[in-house]
Design a protein around this ligand. Structure first.
Ligand code: CU
Ligand code: ZN
Length: 197
């Protein structure tokens, strides 16, 4: 903020020195930029995907996404999940209408790179690894992912979330061999931060 004002003043001084009538215009531009910055800060940076079971399955729950300094914090809670590891990804389309989750398309992969795990040097932006369900069918995971965002080409807004029948082996292309899609949801921006239970 201070730097911007100083910069603007320097531009003004330079403009005056050159005898150019650009000072007023520069100041207006600065104010507009400052106002936009405030607006963006106040905007919703929380999203939620309500996860429904696909046909013939019972896995359902919620996944919340919250902007934090290091990336996006993901909090997933599922119930009705067969015990064991299940591939967990963001898919390219926010469309669960097909009933089997396939309408959500492939993994969200804006950089067209190979599939991997969340810690892979190269990975799909949507590669979030696995979630483990316990014997009661509950699967929970909370983590911060630096690849995810709410703006630009990494934006997760409106994308799909899929929980798979099998574990993601983090290697097999292009899906990690995670099998059928047992739960599907759409990442919807929340107007207010979603409170955690
Ligand atoms: Cu997937
Ligand atoms: Zn992938």
């Amino acid at each position: 903020m201070t730097a911007r004002i100083v910069n603007a003043c320097m531009v003004c001084a330079l403009a005056l020195a050159l005898g150019v009538l650009g000072c007023e215009k520069t100041e207006t531009g600065g104010e507009e930029m400052a106002a936009k910055g405030t607006e963006m800060k106040a905007a919703a940076y929380t999203a939620i995907a309500n996860m429904g079971a696909t046909n013939g399955n019972s896995a359902h729950g919620t996944v919340t996404f919250t902007k934090v300094e290091e990336g996006v914090r993901v909090v997933a809670h599922f119930e009705g999940v067969p015990a064991g590891d299940h591939g967990f990804h963001i898919h390219e389309f926010g469309d669960c209408s097909s009933g089997d989750g396939k309408s959500a398309g492939g993994h969200f992969n804006p950089y067209s790179v190979p599939h991997a795990g969340p810690d892979g040097e190269q990975r799909h932006v949507g590669d979030l690894g696995n979630i483990t369900a316990n014997a009661d069918g509950v699967a929970e995971k909370e983590f911060v992912d630096a690849m995810l965002g709410f703006e630009g080409e990494r934006s997760i807004a409106g994308k799909g979330v899929i929980l798979h029948a099998n574990a993601d082996d983090l290697t097999t292309q292009p899906t990690g061999a995670a099998g059928a899609r047992i739960s599907c949801g759409v990442i919807e921006l929340a107007a207010e931060p979603v409170s955690e239970k």
